[in-house]
Design a protein around this ligand. Structure first.
Ligand code: SDX
Length: 428
């Protein structure tokens, strides 16, 4: 295999080293190309550009492979727990019994939030979207933990910042929801596991406690595992580039939450349900909406379909689709939009437009149907995605800082006016 590529430009030949990963992915190292040839590359959306070398997650979009630290997602979803997977992603290896117990205990004992957060929450109008509240509260953690502002000074600071974020995000998420519906905030209980604690804080009230159904707890834990990391997606790349300026972990994750909010990214799970509801309200005609999705003059997109990397299937979507059938069956929920979703998928998978563009259901296509069956309100779906993705954001930020990566600062090709002299155009 050649370990370099030749660039022929204006009569010169430049050798560009080829970097090869542990799964035989190959990349052109262009880090010295501008200095040698004066050329930069341009790649809107970074569709063909690698930003880093990472040892955390491996995806193969053609084969539908997803592994965290080498472990297949199918095995982790079936056999592991969310906190165990979070430890794996952040620290690189599955924890032994003692490490897991310490990790779970640390997180359990940091779930409380400073009471002054209530003042912050009260400042939001009741119609504030929980994602905006959540990103604001995560940024506010920098005020309550000023030592977190440059945690890489010491491994202990990094560890406690990671633990606090993992521990407090579910509490903050439930508080954002309770604040929106005008119900009293609930406090975490130290005798409950991660998912159960979150569900109780979401659905218990002072009038009536709430004991989560084990089926719901299991389904939520699986969904959190499936969302835990996904290499250099939009929100993770945001966390990395913000962190590359040596901004704190909390500031970097808050930026990631905002990037995830977009409907082309994590906001798609909310957009899918809204789309399915609209199709149902309009008579449930899947073919009509497939035609709209194919019409270039129609802004309608089939939300939950398509992916930058997966071009055959999203392995997470397969697991979630099966889980949707299981969970709705066990809970005795008959949701007509699940049938509409299946009709859309069946029709799209044989439609040339979707087949030619390799558009398949992604992680967001069925996840909202499960969240809905679990009783999670629609505008909290992307918050659920953020809860799941948190270990990935943390692990990628930690890897970037430990590798001493330089500040992210892409170049550009200027297409504006050439030099011109200032002249009074009659403005004075
Ligand atoms: C996530 O990157 C990650 O890993 C993300 C994620 C993660 O875990 O972090 O997996 C989570 O964000 C999943 C994606 C959720 N988003 C959606 O479901 C929104 C709908 N899908 C898209 O808008 C789109 O497919 C993207 C954003 C997911 C991918 O966009 P790309 O790779 O930039 O592809 P594109 O927009 O250039 O589309 C290529 C073609 C275009 O048609 P042509 O110009 O070639 O004629 O496919 C068409 C698009 O119009 N197309 C769609 C479509 N998605 C792409 N047409 C109709 N419906 C769609 N959903």
């Amino acid at each position: 295999m050649s370990d370099f590529a030749e660039l022929h430009f204006e009569g010169e030949v430049y050798k560009l080293p080829v970097v090869e990963g542990t799964e035989n992915e190959k990349a052109l190292d262009i880090s010295k190309m501008r200095g040698q040839s004066g050329l930069i590359t341009i790649d809107p959306g970074y569709k063909n550009t690698g930003s880093t070398e990472s040892a955390i997650t491996f995806l193969d979009g053609e084969k539908g492979i997803l592994r965290y630290r080498g472990y297949p997602i199918e095995q982790l979803a079936e056999k592991s727990s969310f906190l165990e997977v979070a430890y794996l992603i952040i620290y690189g290896e599955l924890p032994n019994a003692e490490e897991l117990k310490k990790w779970e205990t640390e997180i359990t004992y940091h779930t409380l939030i400073h009471e002054d957060f209530k003042v912050l929450l009260e400042g939001f109008p009741s119609n504030a979207h929980p994602m905006g509240v959540l990103s604001s509260c995560v940024t506010a953690l920098t005020a309550f933990y000023p030592d977190s502002l440059d945690p890489v000074r010491s491994k202990d600071e990094v560890r406690i910042s990671i633990v606090r974020l993992m521990a407090k995000l579910p509490t903050l998420a439930s508080w954002a929801y309770k604040n929106e519906i005008g119900q009293p905030l609930l406090y975490p209980k130290n005798n409950m596991d991660y998912a159960s604690n979150f569900l109780r804080m979401m659905f218990a009230t002072p009038a009536e406690d709430f004991t989560p159904d084990p089926v719901v707890v299991s389904a939520l834990s699986t969904l959190l595992i499936l969302h835990a990391d996904h290499e250099q997606n939009c929100s993770t790349s945001t966390v990395r580039i913000v962190g590359s300026s040596h901004a704190s972990l909390y500031a970097s994750v808050s930026a990631g939450i905002n990037a995830l909010w977009g409907p082309l990214h994590g906001g798609a799970n909310q957009a899918v349900i809204e789309m399915l509801e609209a199709i149902k309200a309009d008579g449930g005609d899947a073919d009509k909406y497939l035609a709209k999705a194919k019409d270039k003059d129609d802004p309608f997109r089939l939300m939950g379909f398509g992916h930058r990397v997966y071009k055959n299937f999203d392995p997470r979507a397969r697991i979630i689709k099966k889980a949707a059938d299981d969970v709705l069956g066990k809970l005795g929920v008959n949701d007509p939009i699940l049938e509409i979703a299946k009709k859309l998928e069946e029709a799209a998978l044989v439609d040339p437009y979707f087949v030619e563009r390799k558009l398949y259901p992604n992680v967001d296509f069925y996840s909202g149907i499960i969240y809905r069956a679990l009783g999670i309100p629609t505008n909290m779906f992307t918050v659920m995605f953020a809860l799941g993705r948190l270990p990935g954001w943390i692990g990628q930020w930690k890897e970037m800082r430990e590798n001493n990566e330089p500040i992210g600062r892409p170049r550009q090709v200027y297409t504006g006016e050439n030099e011109r002299d200032y002249k009074d155009v009659g403005s004075r």
